[in-house]
Design a protein around this ligand. Structure first.
Ligand code: OFO
Length: 168
């Protein structure tokens, strides 16, 4: 049985993953309307991954005798200033998510819930990867600056990345 504190922390994390999914969905849709197909595919997939993160938590809470709460969603931004801004937002968002995951891990330790602590390790590793990827993309965009040709290639690279992953 989950302690109330743990259940609360996990439900908060469910909300955060749902918000992440919505946020990236808004970015993906905006990028698509800007003709950035590679970027939008990347972000659509990222949005799907966040939904999967939320689902894993929902299933865990319910399996452990708690009650998962399906959250209301806030409206994400409708437009973004630039592709650079999109990925800045993404990195900042992931940094915030990492801090939130760490808070859940802290609660697990203080409540001595080693099962949930073990379950949360998947999220700890996932955040390392997500932050690293977001930083790599940020570095690329900094190199490109305002070069339109560079942005074109960047978009194509992200498109190819998706195709490779789908083929893998
Ligand atoms: Fe769920 O990992 Fe990103 O936010």
């Amino acid at each position: 049985m989950l302690a109330k504190k743990i259940e609360k922390a996990l439900n908060e994390q469910i909300r955060i993953e749902a918000e992440s999914s919505q946020f990236y969905l808004a970015m993906a849709s905006w990028a698509e309307t800007e003709g950035l197909n590679g970027v939008s595919q990347f972000l659509y997939q990222h949005s799907d991954e966040e939904r999967m993160h939320m689902m894993k938590l929902i299933r865990f809470v319910n399996e452990r005798g708690g009650k998962a709460i399906i959250p209301a969603l806030t409206q994400p931004p409708k437009t973004f200033d630039s592709i650079k801004k999109v990925f800045e937002n993404l990195l900042n968002h992931e940094t915030m998510v990492t801090a939130e995951i760490n808070k859940v891990v802290d609660v697990c330790l203080s409540e001595k819930d080693y099962t949930t602590h073990n379950f949360m390790q998947w999220y700890v590793s996932e955040q390392i990867e997500e932050e690293a990827l977001a930083r790599t993309i940020q570095d690329k965009l900094n190199l490109i600056g305002n070069d339109k040709g560079g942005l074109y290639l960047f978009d194509r690279d992200l498109e190819n990345l998706q195709t490779e992953e789908e083929g893998a």
